[in-house]
Ligand binder design. Structure first.
Ligand SMILES: [Fe+2]
Length: 293
């Protein structure tokens, strides 16, 4: 049986031992993983020497897969991995490292801003599972911030103010923050904003959390500059060090996180070194708010 062995860093991250993802898990083991994800929001499994098919099988045993179609600037014939994986590596179809100024790499740098995966989709992601195939010699950590604790630390006036706010999320907004604005008309249409509530409740515990992401670029009914300044303050508040766990990767690590309860970001690493990370994603169950046509 999987054993949650020890909490690491803040209260929301833990290591799991006694699981070998190279073989199918029993229903009890799968239930224990889900319970672990409800109790914590980040689980770390070391030394998982698994291939893509085994990662996919494990992910599918937890729920329905979210496909990565049209969410990056890779053209369909440039995919290195099947659409059951989000390719968050810095590698092209032939496993060559992107040139420093490659548009696909620059777009991918958006992952260095705090975000929640697929918050730009009407039904955003539930869990993400990231497996390390190769890691750079230095840097490249992933940091996680725990949004229920960030919510709890807000004063009562702010909690009341944000309770019913709805934000618009798009990858265009996150890239704008990096000065990347060079989108084609087709990409602008593909990355059209979706709406998300700013306060989410955990479906099981009912605990409230902040649903923030650098993809959030406006608040419905607010002037844009005021919304951006407010969201920037919220992200600053929510990513104070007491809410953050920084994961230093080893080859074979599989880290899974709950996007409904956390934000994360990748940290920089040398641009000429490969970082081959493969992400599978579980679909969320429903939109957080009704969408406008
Ligand atoms: Fe991400």
């Amino acid at each position: 049986m999987p054993v949650i062995t020890r909490q690491i860093g803040p209260c929301f991250a833990a290591e799991v031992q006694g699981v070998d993802l190279s073989r199918p898990l029993s229903p009890d083991e799968i239930a224990a993983i889900h319970a672990g994800m409800d109790r914590y929001a980040v689980l770390v499994l070391h030394d998982q020497r698994i291939d893509d098919a085994q990662q996919l099988a494990f992910t599918r045993s937890l729920g329905e897969i979210e496909h990565a179609i049209g969410t990056s600037l890779r053209a369909p014939d440039e995919y290195r991995l099947p659409t059951t994986f989000a390719d968050v590596s810095n590698l092209d179809r032939d496993n060559k490292i992107f040139a420093r100024d490659d548009r696909r790499r620059l777009f991918g740098l958006g992952n260095r801003l705090w975000h929640s995966d697929s918050s730009f989709k009407a039904i955003p992601a539930k869990y993400s599972l990231l497996h390390a195939i190769s890691v750079p010699s230095r840097g490249g950590n992933t940091e996680f911030a725990y949004m229920p604790a960030a919510y709890d630390a807000l004063d009562t006036e702010t909690r009341a103010e944000i309770e019913d706010l709805v934000c618009e999320h798009s990858q265009i907004f996150s890239r704008q923050q990096l000065g990347f604005t060079d989108f084609t008309d087709e990409e602008r249409a593909r990355f059209a904003p979706v709406r998300q509530c700013l306060v989410r409740r955990h479906p099981l515990t009912g605990r409230r959390s902040l649903y923030l992401s650098s993809h959030a670029g406006s608040i419905v009914g607010w002037p844009v500059p005021e919304a951006r300044a407010f969201l920037r303050d919220m992200v600053e508040h929510a990513t104070q060090r007491q809410f953050v766990y920084a994961h230093t990767w080893r080859v074979g690590d599989l880290v899974m996180w709950d996007n409904r309860q956390t934000m994360h970001r990748a940290r920089p690493f040398p641009a000429h070194e490969p970082r081959d990370m493969r992400r599978t994603t579980l679909m969320g169950e429903a939109p957080t708010v009704a969408q406008v046509a």
